[in-house]
Unconditional design. Structure first.
Length: 118
């Protein structure tokens, strides 16, 4: 008995995941730094060395956070390019008209990025 096998995850699901991460990640890191500021502010009265460590640690943590942001953007573009080369929308899998999806009403750059219209 043959059971047709469908993939559990499609590229569109990964594309939507990375696009969501790309939307949410910078705001999340921003609020994390605001929370760290308040923690360091409170620690400055009780454990000044702890506040100093948080300050130094958060400055050096900027590099991995920025690298993760670049990686998320790159993954979104790579997944978008693989769908754009087939002529379909990376998010909803419908046919594109000159890199513009009518179902999602979004437009793609040739490198896979999103065109932000005013
Ligand atoms: Zn679409």
């Amino acid at each position: 008995m043959f059971v047709p096998c469908r993939p559990l995850y499609t590229l569109g699901m990964f594309y939507r995941l990375f696009r969501w991460l790309n939307d949410v990640y910078p705001v999340t890191v921003f609020f994390l730094y605001i929370a760290l500021f308040f923690i360091a502010f409170m620690l400055a009265f009780f454990i000044p060395a702890g506040a100093f460590l948080i300050l130094i640690g958060s400055i050096f943590a900027l590099l991995p956070f920025a690298f993760a942001n670049t990686l998320i953007k790159h993954m979104q573009r790579v997944l978008a390019r693989s769908a754009l080369s087939r002529g379909v929308c990376p998010a909803c899998n419908t046919l594109l008209e000159e890199r513009r999806c009518k179902a999602c009403s979004i437009e793609f750059e040739p490198n896979g990025g999103l065109v932000i219209s005013e």
